[in-house]
Design a protein around this ligand. Structure first.
Ligand code: XMP
Length: 331
């Protein structure tokens, strides 16, 4: 019968059989799937797993630190390499306003950062030019059952596509995928994550897009704008959490309209600041969504606090569009 304990036991022995004496690498995104996949592999092969987290500078306030801490605590100190690539990403994004262009650039820079980290790890492990040069390298992915079905039973669509990962590496080094969640649905992954001791903040983390705040700034992405948005977003999240709404709401993007200004009066003077948009939605699978009926008093606290505490923002607006026709994110 299906129990989380059985799933864990079975996957751990399968991973051991598959990986043998090889080394494995996992890109962590901060989301539940990659975290649970990594925790299973870590349980199976210990420190022959190395996780890589690429900080693209587009994360929310304190988020990278929280991910690092939560991951370390919950996996008993699995090896985690934090790659600080903020400058690289912001340089690549300079002057870009088109949403698809932003996504492409962010995806491309991500793969570049991950590949260079991965090459360092494999060299250090002797998989390239070393004593174990014949040893295989494995790539861990948090592919779920719905990903397998959607991609026609082929390789998972989750995380980054496998063929991208091997691009910059020596040709004779072939990766084999380790996908311990291939038979599971999201709720089962959460159950396995809890059983493995991952903290609630990872197990119940709301969806957050790979391109991060880069697609929540309408206009060019700059460090200054990111800091403004991070501040406003942190206030909205804190108030939604305080109101106990985290599990009722699918997610609540906060969007900075960086190229729109409006006149306001704040303190004792005229201001000419930017609006932010609150986009709270309810959903089952993100394919369709409805705007969430957040209580007025919660909205009111968010608005008052943002306009009081974030100098550059003088208007808070609410997006009341369902999906379709609007998507959840604005870009
Ligand atoms: P949309 O905006 O298409 O978003 O209604 C649906 C869900 O997907 C998330 N999203 C992304 N996640 N990479 C991701 O990993 C992306 O490029 C991306 N774009 C949107 C979004 O936050 C929502 O949960």
């Amino acid at each position: 019968s299906w129990t989380t304990g059985n799933v864990i036991e079975e996957q751990v022995s399968r991973i051991r059989a598959q990986v043998g004496e090889g080394a494995a690498i996992c890109a962590l995104s901060g989301g539940v799937d990659s975290a649970v996949a990594a925790a299973l592999v870590q349980r199976a092969i210990g420190d022959r797993l190395t996780c890589v987290y690429v900080n693209h500078g587009l994360m929310r306030q304190d988020e990278s630190e929280q991910i690092e801490k939560a991951f370390g605590e919950s996996t008993g100190g699995a090896k985690l390499i934090m790659v600080d690539a903020e400058e690289q990403f912001l340089t690549a994004l300079a002057g870009v306003t088109d949403p698809e262009q932003k996504r492409k650039i962010i995806g491309h820079e991500f793969i570049r950062s991950f590949e260079s980290a991965q090459e360092d790890i494999l060299r250090e492990r002797g998989v390239i030019e070393g004593d174990h040069a014949e040893a295989k390298a494995f790539l861990v992915q948090g592919t779920l059952y719905p990903d397998v079905v959607e991609s026609g039973g082929g390789e998972g669509a989750a995380n980054i596509k496998s063929h991208h990962n091997v691009g910059g590496l020596p040709e004779d080094l072939s990766f084999e995928l380790v996908e311990p969640l291939r038979a599971l649905f999201k709720d089962e992954v959460r159950a396995v994550g809890s059983e493995l001791g991952l903290p609630d903040e990872i197990v119940w983390r709301q969806p957050f897009p790979g391109p991060g705040l880069g697609i929540r700034i309408i206009g060019e992405v700059t460090k200054e704008r990111l800091d403004i948005l991070r501040h406003a977003d942190a206030i909205a999240r804190a108030e939604l959490t305080a109101a106990g709404l985290d599990r009722d709401i699918w997610q609540c993007p906060v969007v900075l309209l960086a190229e729109v200004r409006s006149v306001g009066v704040q303190g004792d003077g005229r201001t000419y600041g930017h609006p932010v948009v609150l986009r709270p939605v309810t959903s089952d699978d993100a394919m369709t969504a409805d705007w969430a009926k957040v209580p007025y008093d919660v909205l009111s606290r968010i608005s008052t606090r943002i306009t009081n505490e974030v100098r550059e923002i003088n208007r808070v607006t609410l997006d009341i569009t369902s999906k379709p026709p609007g998507t959840i994110e604005w870009e």
